[in-house]
Design a protein around this ligand. Structure first.
Ligand code: PA5
Length: 444
């Protein structure tokens, strides 16, 4: 049993035969991912990650998570981009929506830092941690990224002040490159527990490494089930056929792109999937947006955004297509109450489950958007549980590799993200950037 892709509503500007005609090209792209014969092939470590992750590593991650959970009220996960979004997406998808506001449960709370340079954000986080027992999971593959480095410097100082240097070191875990980078050096000198991010796994493909697995385990979720789900999808996405769901999705979105649909909107009808959309945007945005090409990845939370972006999607420029993540079953049952006064006029749905109303909103929206000229791809997963999220993660990763090769780019590099860093370093007068500082000042 795996998650399913339905493209029957994607036709209009393309037809079923347009997608079928993509099969030879998509099979070639799949072979590049599976055999490592394409550009960026030194970053394909994620392909076999679910099946090749050892039980020893998983046990070590779980034991480390348990230790932090026992000792800490809060664990701050420090990281940005691929060193943040996967864990955030999975934790949000599995968490009680109001967990952060509950005063009554003693469970360790996972909070995030280093994903921005917000002064108020950091100030408020340090206030929250004041006098609290907390630990730090600091994540950076390069070990030199500015945003998490600043956050970690502040948090390290706070933890050392509160717990003492030795205890602070025991409560800090670093996830980074095996040898390179400032974080590796710092971790060695301070004696932190560390996990390695393999050279051949890029940041945005690293959620199924300790980068994602440790924060998810600290939040109390079942990383074995997550990996098992991903392994099922790994096995299910090797066939050069349109039954391969990752290949089908990759082929369809590229057929739509070639037919002028330049923006893909990932839509969910479950607020817990908001950060899944953020993770997906990073995965596809950084992998495909280069060489003057690439589908623009956007995301909406529905029905919320039907009251903001809905108008644009229904009647704006017809250069978009929509991919809806449908969750078949919700976890809890809640029905619309009957009301003898019926002043709000809602008795026509009295007794119906909230999820049934939501499903009708989803169906009605899909039909309206398709009628409005927005091709629709539907991805269905049975429930928001670790196994299905593991499948969904691997499904999107595999499709992303195939899709990048179909587009004709190297999906595994991100040269464009250096531009802002160069300017920021020049403006901050980082040593070694003297020429850039002079050049940027001349422009201002
Ligand atoms: O996908 C990527 O490679 C990036 O988004 C990185 O994950 C991000 O820039 C953070 O890098 P690092 O883990 O080196 O701090």
């Amino acid at each position: 049993d795996t998650i399913k892709v339905n493209i029957s509503n994607a036709f209009g500007s393309i037809t079923e035969s347009t997608v079928s005609a993509m099969l030879p090209e998509a099979s070639e792209a799949l072979a590049k991912v599976d055999n490592g014969s394409g550009a960026g092939n030194d970053f394909l470590g994620w392909v076999k990650l679910p099946s090749e992750t050892t039980a020893d590593l998983v046990d070590d991650i779980i034991a480390t998570a348990e230790r932090l959970r026992k000792e800490c009220e809060y664990v701050v996960c420090v990281g940005i981009g691929g060193s943040y979004l996967g864990a955030k997406a999975v934790i949000e998808a599995l968490s009680d929506s109001f967990a952060a506001y509950r005063c009554d449960n003693g469970a360790t709370k996972v909070v995030f830092a280093g994903q921005n340079i917000g002064e108020d954000y950091m100030h408020e986080l340090l206030q929250l941690l004041d006098g609290k027992r907390f630990g730090i999971v600091v994540i950076s593959k390069s070990g030199t990224t500015t945003e998490p480095a600043i956050a970690f410097r502040l948090l390290k100082e706070k933890l050392e002040q509160q717990a003492g240097k030795q205890k602070a070191a025991e409560l800090t875990v670093a996830i980074t490159d095996a040898k390179r980078g400032a974080l590796r050096q710092l971790a060695t000198e301070e004696g932190y527990k560390t996990f390695v991010i393999a050279d051949n796994v890029g940041g945005r493909f690293s959620v199924l490494t300790p980068v994602g697995l440790l924060p998810i385990a600290v939040a109390g979720y079942d990383i074995r089930a997550l990996l098992n789900g991903a392994a099922e999808m790994e096995a299910a996405t090797t066939a050069a056929s349109l039954d391969n769901q990752s290949l089908l999705y990759a082929a369809t979105r590229n057929a739509l792109y070639r037919a002028g649909k330049k923006t893909e909107i990932l839509a969910n009808f479950n607020p817990k999937l908001h950060y899944f959309g953020e993770w997906w945007k990073q995965l596809y945005g950084e992998s495909e947006g280069k060489d003057g090409k690439g589908i623009f990845p956007a995301a909406v939370d529905l029905t919320t955004d039907l009251h903001s972006m809905g108008q644009w999607i229904q009647e704006g420029e017809r250069t978009i297509f929509e991919t809806v993540i449908s969750v078949a079953a919700s976890d809890h049952e809640l029905r619309v109450p009957a009301d003898s006064d019926n002043l709000d006029g809602l008795n026509y749905i009295a007794g119906k489950r909230i999820d049934e109303v939501n499903k009708m909103a989803e169906l009605g929206t899909r039909i309206a958007h398709v009628d409005g000229g927005v091709p629709n791809i539907q991805i269905t997963l049975p429930a928001l549980q670790e196994k299905w999220l593991g499948q969904l993660i691997y499904f999107f990763e595999k499709a992303c590799g195939i899709s990048g090769y179909l587009l004709g780019v190297n999906p595994f590099n991100q040269p464009g993200v250096e531009a802002y860093k160069r300017n920021m370093f020049a403006l901050l007068e980082k040593p070694g950037y003297e020429n850039e500082t002079a050049a940027i000042r001349a422009k201002m």
